[in-house]
Design a protein around this ligand. Structure first.
Ligand code: SIN
Ligand code: FE2
Length: 219
């Protein structure tokens, strides 16, 4: 599916800043901008307790993206596989609480995208530096595919890849900017997605970093 890169959505004011990626997936341009300072304070609070770290995939590859989590459940990977865990394997402590600003934004964005009543219990926080990338994958470690994924982008821009239900399906390249929120769920819940290697285009607030966090209902 080709995304509609019409940022102004024709004449309908309700469509301003929306880019449809599929029947139940949308980019909400700049949706997080009013909350940026609260979100960044949340990232600082989370990473003070659970620092960013580079994890190793089951295939033995060290991810170029550094990650941490907040909420009841956190996504982890190691030689034994991918899974959600209540405990941060690095600190032995529960993951930090999900900041209210994260939860509120996710609920609002999900509703805006047609998924009312979203109640995330897991938030994966990713930190990209120039050259970091995320290869095409599906988010399928969650128990409940009925809930959407809400993905918030801050800092440097990235080219998001949004493919189909099969790994080999052609992927659209969707630029994501500071403050953009992507929501995918329903028939689009298992679409393959990823991130192209980041260029060094320093952001005025975050420098040579991109922070992305994805909120999920994992348990
Ligand atoms: C993810 O798939 O977990 C992250 C996507 C992104 O960084 O935009
Ligand atoms: Fe993902």
């Amino acid at each position: 599916m080709t995304p509609t890169l019409d940022l102004f959505g024709g004449d309908d004011p309700a469509q301003h800043g929306r880019v449809a990626l599929g029947p139940q997936s949308v980019v909400l341009r700049g949706y997080a901008l009013p909350a940026v300072e609260a979100l960044l304070a949340g990232v600082d609070a989370v990473t003070a307790q659970a620092p960013f770290r580079q994890m190793v995939t089951p295939g033995g590859y060290t991810m170029s993206v550094a990650l941490t989590n907040c909420g009841e459940l956190g996504w982890t990977t190691d030689a034994r596989g991918y899974r959600y865990s209540r405990i941060d394997p690095q600190t032995g402590q529960p993951w930090p609480a999900m900041p209210d600003a994260f939860r509120q934004l996710a609920q609002d964005a999900a509703r805006e995208a047609g998924f009312p009543g979203f109640s995330p219990d897991a938030c994966l926080v990713n930190r990209y530096e120039p050259g970091s990338r995320l290869s095409l994958h599906q988010d399928r470690n969650e128990r409940d595919y009925g809930a959407p994924i809400v993905s918030v982008s801050l800092g440097m821009p990235a080219l998001f890849l949004f493919g189909g239900d099969e790994r080999g399906d052609r992927a659209a390249r969707v630029p994501l900017f500071h403050g953009d929120v992507v929501v995918w769920g329903g028939v689009d819940r298992l679409r393959f997605h990823g991130v192209m290697p980041l260029k060094d285009l320093p952001h005025p607030r975050l420098g040579s970093r991109r922070i992305n966090f994805t909120l999920r209902k994992a348990g």
